[in-house]
Design a protein around this ligand. Structure first.
Ligand SMILES: Cc1ncc(COP(=O)(O)OP(=O)(O)O)c(N)n1
Ligand code: 3NM
Ligand code: MG
Length: 576
């Protein structure tokens, strides 16, 4: 079977989009249009990352690897939004910028109109002169590598023509699998104000739709494109999708948000062959202003990253739903239609990162590590064990619950986070990044065969504490490079708590001497030998981590107090 040079997709699946002003192929001459390049469509419902681009996206932090003349260049996927400005920043260019940012894609902008707009309605529209729209398009397209163009408010037929002409002059370079033009046929705002009159319908039909890879009308817009038909049912939406597809776009998404008497939000996606009914529970909120712009931008962003059309649509729909749900109770403005929060992920990170103070190496002074088996044996809950350890002087807590059921673990972890926050003590979770995220713990401790610290950092964000188990200077160096906050070094002494190789005081010293990170010693440490550990006297050694000497005892409080006092005494004598 033959394969194209840039993809492992069989050549038999190549199709040449007819009349596409954007998705061209250099090798295939068009009917007097500008140069075309090959666009390879994947099987519509393919789930695999189909292209080198998609693979590179996964491996290279969202950057596209381009190779020419033996040189590799990294660039970020790029969407150009051609739309109007919304002073209230819920829709239009502002929504597009936020949606692309939220989806990890660069967004350049060409502004077609400036609207005076808020949550009440549209108070004014100032259309940007056609030649200045053309100038903006030229500025962006003549200089930057745009992957996908997304259009929103095109307020006049003249601007539609200018846009069409500019794309002929500066064709977007289409990568395999990437669609190039997403058309959101904006006509009416959420508040009901007209943003583009019927005069532009001809421009949509003649110029835009034939070159669109997807068009995303809502019910009113679909009805207008079809000359004012009534769309009242899901069947009507299917017929409309088919009829609009006949106007030339390769895919159609009819948004059924306004469908009366529907408990679900139903959208119809039609790729020219198959219909997909995309259903989700309706989210009750006033904050829906900008959903159309956001959905289209998110589709464009996913396409720019190399997604197939169907998967871009599904991801975009899920993203909008999640953002709506997250924002359903926020109050911005006094009108009927408020904006929602596109950067929810960022907000969640910020909220989750609220800790009274940052991590300090001295937090490692007396590190209490729980053990579900031991607490069970002594008839205590995890939270009682944690409370007692804190009362006894523990300076940091780790929940190391190897046998706990996930739900029970999460419940206990949430309770312990509250206790620790109250006392200003950091709480870390052993191994389980998911639990740490779900309970908003202060961080995680991972070993050499657990989640790599770099991945943990990417998942947890910059503020969380990450500890890494290391037995050698090389591992300690790696942990530092990978962005860890501290190192746990052990087993210093033999222990029954964990099957482990012992490094001894010598191994501990080697790691401490080489480490740029603070170190906590672990393994077989208790009141009888803690002094000998701290007396190795290397400044990076900040404390001891202890399981059985605190928790496999009748009184956690008493044992922790005793060890704390001993460590204090040792610290004074080591310093003095
Ligand atoms: C403070 C501290 N140091 C080392 C470890 C051990 O972690 P790991 O190697 O991942 O082994 P498990 O604890 O998961 O059995 C630790 N937990 N804490
Ligand atoms: C959890 C753990 N990690 C170790 C390592 O060597 O990395 S030793 C260990 C067990 C420590 O328990 P105790 O204080 O009861 O000896
Ligand atoms: Mg581990």
């Amino acid at each position: 079977m033959a394969y194209s040079s840039c993809s492992q997709i069989p050549l038999t699946s190549i199709s040449f989009p007819k009349n596409s002003a954007l998705s061209g192929a250099t090798q295939v001459p068009s009917k007097g249009f500008y140069p075309y390049r090959v666009l390879i469509h994947p099987p519509a419902n393919s789930r695999a990352p189909q292209t080198p681009i998609a693979a590179a996206m996964q491996e290279d932090k969202g950057l596209i690897v381009e190779t020419s003349d033996g040189k590799s260049k990294l660039r970020i996927p790029h969407v150009l939004s051609v739309a109007g400005s919304d002073s209230g920043a819920g829709a239009g260019i502002q929504a597009d910028l936020k949606a692309c940012a939220a989806r990890g894609v660069y967004c350049s902008t060409v502004i077609t109109a400036v609207t005076a707009q808020n949550t009440v309605g549209v108070q004014g529209v100032n259309i940007v002169p056609e030649d200045f729209v053309a100038e903006q398009l030229k500025s962006v397209l003549s200089d930057m590598h745009v992957d996908v163009v997304k259009t929103g408010m095109l307020p006049s037929l003249g601007i539609v023509k200018v846009f069409h002409h500019s794309l002929k002059q500066f064709p977007v370079q289409v990568e395999p699998l990437k669609a190039a033009l997403v058309v959101d046929p904006v006509m009416v705002s959420t508040s009901g104000d007209v943003l583009a009159g019927p005069s532009i319908l001809a421009g949509f039909r003649e110029d835009l739709l034939p070159m669109a890879d997807i068009v995303t009308p809502n019910l009113k817009e679909a009805a207008a494109l079809l000359g004012g038909v009534q769309l009242a049912t899901v069947d009507d939406m299917r017929s409309a999708a088919k009829a609009i597809h006949d106007m030339g776009p390769r895919n159609v998404l009819i948004k059924g948000g306004d469908l009366a008497a529907s408990f679900d939000a139903v959208d119809i996606f039609f790729d020219g062959e198959n219909f997909y009914e995309l259903r989700s529970p309706r989210i009750t909120t006033r904050n829906t202003h900008g959903t159309g712009c956001t959905l289209a931008s998110c589709i464009a962003a996913e396409l720019a990253k190399g997604s197939s059309m169907l998967s871009a649509v599904r991801v975009a729909k899920r993203y909008v739903e999640t953002a709506l749900d997250y924002s359903k109770d926020i109050a911005i403005g006094n009108g009927l239609h408020g904006p929602f929060d596109h950067l929810l992920k960022l907000k969640r990170d910020v909220r989750n990162s609220c800790r009274p103070r940052p991590f300090e190496p001295d937090d490692l002074f007396l590190y209490a590590v729980t053990d579900s088996g031991m607490n069970k044996k002594w008839g205590r809950s995890i939270r009682d064990a944690v409370k007692a350890a804190i009362e006894g002087g523990a300076t940091i807590i780790q929940l190391r619950e190897k046998d706990a059921e996930t739900r029970d673990f999460l419940e206990s972890a949430k309770a312990c986070v509250e206790i620790c926050r109250f006392h200003g003590i950091p709480l870390l979770i052993n191994d389980r990044i998911d639990i740490a995220l779900a309970c908003n713990a202060d961080g995680v401790h991972v070993g050499q065969s657990d989640m790599p610290p770099k991945v943990a950092r990417a998942l947890l964000g910059p503020e969380k504490i990450i500890g890494v188990s290391c037995k050698t200077p090389e591992q300690a160096h790696r942990a530092w490079i990978d962005g860890a906050d501290y190192i746990g070094c052990g087993g210093v002494f033999p222990t029954d708590t964990k099957e482990n190789i012992t490094v001894g005081l010598g191994g501990l010293k080697d790691v401490c001497v080489s480490s740029k990170l603070p170190v906590v010693a672990i393994g077989g440490i208790g009141a009888s030998n803690a002094r000998s550990v701290m007396e190795i006297g290397v400044p990076t050694l900040k404390g001891v981590a202890v399981v059985s000497a605190l928790f496999d005892r009748e009184s956690v409080l008493g044992e922790t107090r005793k060890l704390h006092a001993l460590l204090k005494e040792t610290a004074l004598s080591v310093k003095g």
